[in-house]
Design a protein around this ligand. Structure first.
Ligand code: SF4
Ligand code: SF4
Length: 393
C-alpha cells in the first residue's frame, strides 16, 4: 500500500515507538520465502518435533514456506525482541527452576498487547486505519529466528537461539507483518559461535544437533512443557531441578555471560508464585485451585498434570528425605495415573524406609497398569540399592 510518509522517516519513527513500548531489539526484513526452510523440513521428517504436530500440518508448512501465504499484501516484516531475563535470579538452593522467560507475566499476552499498540501507532502515522497486518509471537507459522537474522538482529547460535552481539540471547521474539513498505535492515552477516561448543557440552540431555537444530524430543523445554504423557525414564535424572523449561544452553553461552543484563521491564519480573518456588509448591497443586494460583503466567501451558509430573521428577532428583512425604501424598492421592507413576519414580530415586512404605502401600491400591509398573520398578531399585549396600558393607 502506498503512503504519503517517506519510508525512511516512517521506519525510523516505528522503530523509536517500538523501543518506547519496551522492545530492546527492532529490525525490518522483507517477506521473501525463507532460504533455509529445507533444514526445518528435514527436522520435521526426522520426527525431532515430537508431539508438536501443529508444526507439521500441511497448512502450516505452506505458510512457513512463503509468508505472503499468510498475508498476500505483506511488504515488510517488523521483527522485535524483548529482554525477558528477570531481575532477581532464582537464588535459593531448594528452588525448582523455571526458565527465565516464564517467571513473569505470560509473554504472549504482554507482547501482543504492545504490538497492537505499535500497529495503532503505524495506522495513525500512515492514516491507514484498515492497514492489513498480522501479529505473531512464537505461536505463528513463521521461522522467526531466521527472520530476526535477516532483520539484522543477530545470528542463530548452535543452541538454536537468536544471539545479539551486544545483548546476548535472553529475548522473546515477535513479528508484525505489514502491508506497507518499511526500509529493510541488512541481514546479520556473521556466525559468531566460531569454534565454541559450550552449549553442546553443557546440554543435560545431549539434544543439540550439529546443524543448529535440536532433537526436541529430548530437550527439557519440550519434556516439561509440550510432552503430555510420561517423560522417558532415561531422561528424568538429566532434568535436574527444571520444572518448566530449561536455560542451561543459554546460561553457559559466553555472549550471555558477557553481555546479557536483567531487564527492568515490570512485566518480566518474577511473580510472587514463581520467585523461588520449591518442588513441594507444585506437588500440592490442587486439581481445581491450581489455575488461580498460576493465573497470568505461561506455566498454565503445562497444565496441572504436567507441572506435578515435572515436580515429581525434580523432587526425585533432589534425593532428599524432605521430599518423601509430599511425593507419597501424590502417589496415594493424585487423580492422574501419569502423575502417580512419576511420583513412584521419585520415591524410588530417594529411597529409605518412608519411600519404601509409601510404594508398598500404593502397590496394594493402584489400579493403573503403567503406574503399577513404575511402582514395581521403583521397589526393585530400592532392593538393588539395599543389596549393593549390604555387599559393600
Ligand atoms: Fe539442552 Fe536445555 Fe538447551 Fe534444551 S534448553 S537444548 S535441554 S540445554
Ligand atoms: Fe554459540 Fe558457544 Fe553460545 Fe553455543 S555457547 S550458542 S556455540 S557461542
Amino acid at each position: 500500500m502506498s503512503v504519503s510518509v517517506d519510508p525512511v522517516e516512517l521506519t525510523d519513527r516505528v522503530k523509536r515507538e517500538a523501543r518506547r513500548l519496551g522492545f530492546d531489539l527492532v529490525g525490518v526484513t522483507d517477506p521473501e520465502p525463507p532460504p533455509h526452510l529445507d533444514v526445518f523440513e528435514r527436522w520435521l521428517e526426522a520426527g525431532r518435533h515430537g508431539e508438536m504436530d501443529y508444526l507439521s500440518t500441511e497448512r502450516s508448512l505452506r505458510r512457513r514456506a512463503d509468508p505472503r501465504r499468510i498475508l498476500p499484501e505483506c511488504e515488510s516484516i517488523l521483527v522485535v525482541g524483548a529482554n525477558c531475563l528477570p531481575g532477581p535470579a532464582q537464588n535459593r538452593d531448594d528452588s525448582a527452576r523455571i526458565a527465565a522467560y516464564a517467571r513473569g507475566e505470560d509473554y504472549h499476552a504482554v507482547l501482543v498487547e504492545r504490538l497492537r499498540r505499535l500497529v495503532a501507532f503505524i495506522q495513525e502515522q500512515t492514516g491507514l486505519k484498515d492497514l492489513p497486518h498480522r501479529i505473531y509471537t512464537d505461536t505463528g507459522p513463521l521461522l522467526e529466528r531466521e527472520l530476526a537474522q535477516r532483520a539484522g538482529l543477530g545470528w542463530i547460535g548452535k543452541n538454536t537461539c537468536l544471539i545479539n552481539p551486544t545483548r546476548g540471547s535472553h529475548f522473546l521474539l515477535a513479528e508484525v507483518m505489514l502491508a506497507i513498505r518499511l526500509v529493510p535492515d541488512s541481514p546479520y552477516p556473521a556466525d559468531r559461535c566460531g569454534s565454541c561448543t559450550r552449549c553442546i557440552a553443557a546440554c543435560p540431555t545431549e539434544c543439540i544437533l550439529p546443524n543448529r537444530t535440536l532433537d526436541a524430543t529430548r530437550c527439557i523445554s519440550y519434556l516439561t512443557i509440550e510432552l503430555k504423557g510420561a517423560i522417558p525414564a532415561e531422561l528424568r535424572s538429566s532434568m535436574g531441578d527444571w520444572v518448566f523449561g530449561c536455560d542451561v544452553c543459554q546460561e553457559v553461552c559466553p555472549w550471555n555471560v558477557r553481555f546479557s543484563r536483567p531487564t527492568r521491564d515490570p512485566a518480566f519480573q518474577p511473580t510472587p508464585a514463581l520467585a523461588n518456588p520449591r518442588p513441594q509448591d507444585f506437588l500440592n497443586l490442587h486439581p481445581t485451585g491450581w489455575r488461580a494460583r498460576l493465573r497470568g503466567t505461561t506455566l498454565l501451558r503445562a497444565k496441572r498434570t504436567g507441572l506435578v509430573r515435572n515436580a515429581s521428577v525434580v523432587a526425585g532428583n533432589r534425593a532428599s528425605q524432605e521430599m518423601v512425604q509430599p511425593l507419597a501424598a501424590v502417589l496415594g492421592g493424585d487423580p492422574d495415573p501419569v502423575v502417580r507413576a512419576h511420583a513412584a519414580w521419585g520415591l524410588g530415586r530417594i529411597g529409605g524406609s518412608g519411600a519404601r512404605k509409601a510404594l508398598l502401600e500404593a502397590q496394594t491400591s493402584e489400579q493403573d497398569p503403567e503406574a503399577l509398573i513404575e511402582i514395581a520398578t521403583a521397589l526393585r531399585a530400592l532392593e538393588d540399592a539395599a543389596n549393593e549396600r549390604a555387599r559393600s558393607a
